[in-house]
Design a protein around this ligand. Structure first.
Ligand SMILES: CC(=O)N[C@H]1[C@@H](OP(=O)(O)OP(=O)(O)OC[C@H]2O[C@@H](n3ccc(=O)[nH]c3=O)[C@H](O)[C@@H]2O)O[C@H](CO)[C@H](O)[C@@H]1O
Ligand SMILES: [Mn+2]
Length: 332
């Protein structure tokens, strides 16, 4: 069983060819096996030793709680009508950032149209769409209380840069606007589509999504950054879940702490000319390891169209659509 999934992951990663090798870690950077401890970042506590948590309970069924008592949101664990009504009384605004630079504008229509069908329907939603091609932004009819603001930003010729810059841009947006305008904020990938409800059950102080390709994987095989010289470094003995960089969320203040820290850590790495294996996603995983999310979204909330639906996934709500990497990215 495990083997099958590991192979699928390897295929998944092989497509991008951006995983660092395990060799680098043991041979180059930890020659005596002593550096791991001394190079742990200042904001990280010393590694705490505990068993890797699982999304499956002892009965083999999915579990609705992480061992630090954060809910894991699955179909069947909440009453959608009830939970929406609780948050509606609070009159909240949910800011949502999405980036579409270069050819990624082609994903906007499906992303926005499907969001309008499924995403926080009946709540106040304010999309902030960052793009370098404002003329390519499609007209999409917004639901009541939903609005969209286009933020024009300079283009970039490296997809890695576009992806990781989201941290800095979100940091600035929160400082300048969201702190006064919104209660919650989500940042979502654009090469995606909503297929099902995404509502108030996803709200929390700090929200992470479990990556659809790694919830069967032993932590030592997570594609964390393994070079101790990177600020995103995580030793093989640590790790909870592997979280996807395509979705982060939470209260504005808590997301601000997250994006600011990740941006600072990315800057430190950049000054040393090191780019983590999965860019900001690696830094995000480091952050969540030492600042545990208060709510986890099951892979229902971050699926991948390339992956067939296993039994434990009752409904797919938000999923990566197929993309031809060579066609849409500015560089390999
Ligand atoms: C499932 C998941 O968690 N996917 C993550 C993954 O692969 P992905 O292959 O999904 O990354 P990606 O190509 O979708 O890039 C992330 C996002 O950056 C934006 N973009 C990117 C390139 C470009 O030319 N124009 C543009 O606008 C766009 O919003 C896109 O959704 O790794 C990335 C960084 O290593 C991010 O962490 C993604 O969230
Ligand atoms: Mn993506």
């Amino acid at each position: 069983m495990n083997m099958v999934y590991l192979n699928e992951q390897d295929i998944h990663h092989g497509v991008h060819q951006r995983r660092t090798t395990e060799k680098t870690q043991t041979n180059l950077y930890s020659p005596q096996g002593t550096t791991e401890k001394t190079q742990i970042n200042l904001y990280s506590p010393q590694g705490l030793s505990y068993k890797q948590p699982s999304v499956f309970g002892p009965d083999g069924k999915v579990t609705a709680m992480a061992p630090w008592l954060a809910p894991i949101v699955w179909e069947g664990t909440f009453d959608p009508t009830l939970i929406d009504s609780i948050y509606k009384q609070q009159n909240i605004t949910i800011a949502t950032t999405v980036f579409a630079l270069g050819k990624y504008t082609k994903f906007l229509k499906d992303f926005l149209e499907s969001a309008e069908q499924n995403y926080f329907v009946g709540f106040r939603v304010h999309y902030y769409l960052f793009t370098d091609q404002p003329q390519q932004v499609p007209e999409v009819k917004m639901g009541e209380d939903h609005q969209l603001t286009v933020m024009v930003v300079p283009s970039s010729n490296r997809w890695q840069e576009i992806s990781l810059r989201r941290m800095e841009r979100l940091e600035k947006l929160i400082e300048s606007q969201l702190i006064n305008e919104a209660n919650y904020v989500f940042s979502l990938d654009v090469d995606t589509k909503f297929y099902g409800r995404w509502g108030a059950e996803s709200l929390g102080r700090l929200v992470a999504a479990i990556h659809p390709w790694f919830y069967y994987t032993p932590r030592e095989q997570f594609p964390y950054e393994r070079r101790p010289e990177s600020q995103a470094f995580i030793p093989h003995s640590e790790g909870d879940f592997y979280y996807g960089g395509a979705m982060i969320g939470g209260l504005v203040k808590n997301v601000y702490q997250l994006v600011k820290t990740c941006r600072e850590q990315l800057d430190i790495d950049a000054a040393k000319s090191i780019e983590a294996a999965w860019q900001e996603e690696s830094h995000l995983n480091k952050y969540f390891l030492y600042n545990k999310p208060s709510k986890l979204l099951s892979p229902e909330y971050l699926w991948d169209d390339k992956r067939s639906k296993p039994e434990e996934i009752k409904t797919i709500r938000y999923s990566h659509v197929y993309k031809n990497y060579n066609e849409v990215r500015p560089n390999p």
